[in-house]
Ligand binder design. Structure first.
Ligand code: VTB
Length: 346
């Protein structure tokens, strides 16, 4: 699955990032998202595969493109028989977030990126559009920390695993009312908190890379993005766990102001989620034999540089992670938009 697909999905996230970056700092998060969706979908439809969006822009009725269940790729065209051999058909599931951190992009803040995860059919958890409590930590602490333990306990474990004191740890938490007590607890035990306004995917993955000065991600974000983070962390051997959150009183967000805990539990039941309190490990959220992850920075972040435009082109930085080849590649690309190109490559 990996060889050609790995290269093609770099272009998928690159195109989305470049399109979105044109809207960076313009204060219009919907446009930043819309152009990324369009660019991602267009490039994806040129790949020799039969792909199905399992995590996307929403349900079919609300999202015109990259909706859940949409089929993408050359082998989904009506005339596919002519160029796709059913015997060799690459059937894959895809989770996308064309502009993760739309606000970050719209306001020129660090950490937005175009991102996706791919696995064979059935290899990614079809997460409902719910919230998720998340815990990400470096691989040294994998399986030792646990989302069921307190932040205090987990920080003690991480400190021990990384052979450093707690005050040398940095924990990323999203700045939300629901995290007030969590932030207080982290500070009380002595660790330092890096508050972010949005973009917990990048924060989760950063835990698996030394040098990012990120030692844990704690708190509640969106569930679909939890699956994308898990896909990367599974490949990298980092720690990631997620637990669905269904109580609006815990989530404390205006989007869920009209929801009830009972109603949400009913929604989960209808989705065949029998244990709403289940703790999902990275390997369950991204259970496929082969998992591929790709991200391209829109604005500069902890892992990747953002898109930089110049006369005649743009430069991007992406990260492609593969479970098959056990690689994490940082790819620096120059996109030449003039034809013929008249760039001075340096
Ligand atoms: C966003 C976004 C995150 O979670 O905050 C969202 O920035 C949900 O939280 O990166 P709110 O509804 O409270 O804003 C993420 O999308 C991903 O988990």
């Amino acid at each position: 699955m990996e060889s050609t697909l790995g290269l093609e999905i770099i272009e998928v996230v690159e195109r989305a990032a470049v399109a979105s970056a044109r809207w960076m700092g313009k204060g219009d998060k919907d446009m930043a998202d819309e152009v990324a969706v369009e660019a991602m979908r267009e490039r994806m439809n040129d790949i020799h595969m039969r792909g199905r969006i399992v995590i996307g822009e929403g349900e079919r009725d609300d999202a015109p493109m990259l909706y859940i269940g949409e089929e993408v790729g050359i082998c989904t065209r009506p005339d596919a028989k002519e160029f796709c051999n059913p015997e060799e058909l690459l059937e894959i599931d895809i989770a996308v977030d064309p502009c993760e951190g739309t606000n970050l992009c719209a306001y020129g803040q660090p950490g937005s990126m175009a991102v996706l995860a791919i696995s064979e059919k059935g290899g990614l958890f079809n997460a409902p559009d719910f919230y998720m409590k998340k815990l990400a930590a470096p691989s040294a602490a994998k399986g030792k920390v646990d989302i069921r333990k307190s932040a205090t306990e987990n920080l003690k474990i991480i400190a021990e695993c990384l052979d450093r004191s707690i005050d040398e740890l940095v924990v990323v938490v999203m700045k939300r009312d629901r995290h007030t007590e969590l932030i207080q607890e982290i500070r009380e035990v002595g660790a330092r908190v890096k508050l972010i306004s949005d973009g917990d995917v990048s924060a989760a993955i950063s835990c698996a890379f030394s040098g990012t000065n990120t030692h844990a991600l704690m708190g509640i974000g969106a569930a679909p993005e939890g699956v994308i983070s898990a896909a990367a962390m599974r490949c990298l051997g980092g720690h990631f766990q997620g637990q669905l959150v269904y109580d609006p009183a815990v989530v404390k967000t205006k989007e869920w102001a009209n929801m009830t805990k009972e109603g949400n539990l009913k929604r989960l039941e209808e989705m065949n989620i029998t244990d709403p309190d289940k703790v999902y490990e990275a390997e369950e959220l991204a259970s496929g034999e082969t998992v591929l992850f790709a991200a391209c920075g829109i604005t500069a972040g902890m892992l990747m540089d953002g898109v930089r435009f110049f006369h005649g082109g743009a430069r991007t930085q992406s990260l492609v992670i593969s479970s098959q080849s056990k690689t994490a590649r940082f790819v620096d690309t120059i996109h030449m938009t003039d034809s013929p190109p008249k760039l001075q490559l340096r």
